[in-house]
Design a protein around this ligand. Structure first.
Ligand SMILES: Cc1cc2nc3c(=O)[nH]c(=O)nc-3n(C[C@H](O)[C@H](O)[C@H](O)COP(=O)(O)OP(=O)(O)OC[C@H]3O[C@@H](n4cnc5c(N)ncnc54)[C@H](O)[C@@H]3O)c2cc1C
Length: 340
């Protein structure tokens, strides 16, 4: 077995969260990981460290403390203004070798997935990717990562007991953002990292920031499945009336009826809505994962035997093309809004 660059005996007992910034603010998944990291750190009795990377990002450190970090480590560099894998991996690698954390958590976003994978190779350690939960064994100081396997049919628990750091990526929306502790303050520790333009092989030709849809934060999700036959107009109308967002199962996404960012489920978005309305959805495990934290689930399906009804709080057996327009009409008439 190949040894990691530093061993469990050489670790500084601490949990790190590698934070992401988008449009000048910390991303929701960064706050989710700080909240979960706080919980794990309390269980282990270790400090929680937020790692901030960017160009002049000191102003964000206050928020990192208030969401649970005991320490903030920061790398400020003009070459970290925009994400490039070469600059970011060099900066995080340097910080990790300096701090020797036991655990490092990343959001399973496109950039951080790329970053965590590259770091795992450089640090000669393991990476538990796309985790659906995290636990810690405080006696052994070992992170236990829950992942789904074989298309969601089984849950597996992974440990990397002999390598450091123990690293995991977690998808946005898996954990909830805890309360901010406004009283918490501190002074970030600034780390110097040598970065030169020659180290960066990536050339950014253009940055296009599309309209972002963040369904992880939606309070009301109106989800459509194959049963809506690609007609998302009525669901959009219902969502607009309820001030919610439209989501979908994988088939309508694959068939091009709706954007991929709106796919709910194991390989899509995991939401925490107050209300989810599932329209023409059978209730496959892969989809249910995405709404299982909803406070209330209403399912509309023409098949009384549809598995979705096992998960729903309210079951409506009927044709979506009759039920949804009737619901829209009732809302327009002002009937039932207070009850929805
Ligand atoms: C590795 C892997 C990952 C996956 N990840 C995801 C994921 O992230 N998200 C996801 O959604 N899926 C995912 N899937 C696919 C998943 O297994 C299911 O195939 C999918 O969720 C089924 O979508 P559906 O319920 O829309 O379609 P179906 O299973 O075909 O169900 C359609 C339902 O609509 C009902 N219906 C039909 N007409 C009407 C009508 N007029 N009125 C009312 N009801 C009607 C039917 O009774 C039926 O129950 C994944 C699969 C794999 C293998």
């Amino acid at each position: 077995m190949v040894a990691s660059i530093y061993s469990p005996n050489e670790e500084s007992k601490s949990i790190w969260v590698c934070l992401e910034i988008a449009q000048g603010t910390l991303t929701p998944v960064s706050l989710e990981l700080l909240s979960k990291g706080r919980e794990l750190a309390d269980e282990a009795g270790w400090p929680l460290v937020g790692l901030l990377l960017g160009n002049q990002v000191a102003s964000l450190s206050g928020e990192v403390y208030t969401y649970g970090a005991d320490e903030v480590w920061m790398v400020n560099h003009p070459l970290l203004q925009h994400f490039t894998i070469e600059a970011y991996s060099q900066a995080v690698y340097t910080a990790i070798l300096l701090g020797r954390p036991s655990i490092v958590l990343f959001g399973a976003t496109p950039n951080s997935r790329d970053l965590a994978g590259r770091l795992a190779v450089r640090l000669k350690t393991g990476l538990n990717a796309d985790c659906t939960n995290l636990r810690i064994d405080p006696d052994r100081g070992v992170l236990i990562s829950e992942v789904t396997g074989f298309g969601g049919g089984i849950l597996a628990y992974l440990e990397v007991p002999q390598h450091r750091p123990q690293m995991a990526t977690v998808r946005p929306g898996v954990f909830t953002i805890g309360k901010s502790m406004d009283f918490k303050i501190g002074t970030p520790l600034e780390i110097q990292v040598e970065l030169t333009q020659e180290m960066i092989k990536t050339e950014i030709l253009e940055r296009v920031i599309g309209e972002t849809i963040d369904l992880t934060q939606a309070e009301i999700l109106i989800c459509g499945g194959r049963g809506v036959a690609g007609d998302f107009k009525i669901l959009q109308e219902l969502a607009a009336l309820l001030e919610g967002e439209v989501g979908a199962t994988r088939p309508p996404v694959d068939e091009g009826h709706i954007e991929r960012e709106r796919q709910i489920g194991q390989t899509g978005v995991i939401g925490h809505p107050k209300l989810a309305i599932a329209c023409g959805i059978s209730g496959a495990f892969h989809f249910i994962v995405g709404i299982q934290d909803a406070d209330t689930v209403i399912a509309i399906n023409s098949d009384p035997e549809a598995p979705i009804f096992e998960y729903a709080d309210y079951c409506v057996v009927g044709d979506v093309f009759r039920i949804v327009p009737a619901l829209i009409q009732a809302l327009k008439d002002g009937r039932g809004k207070a009850n929805v």
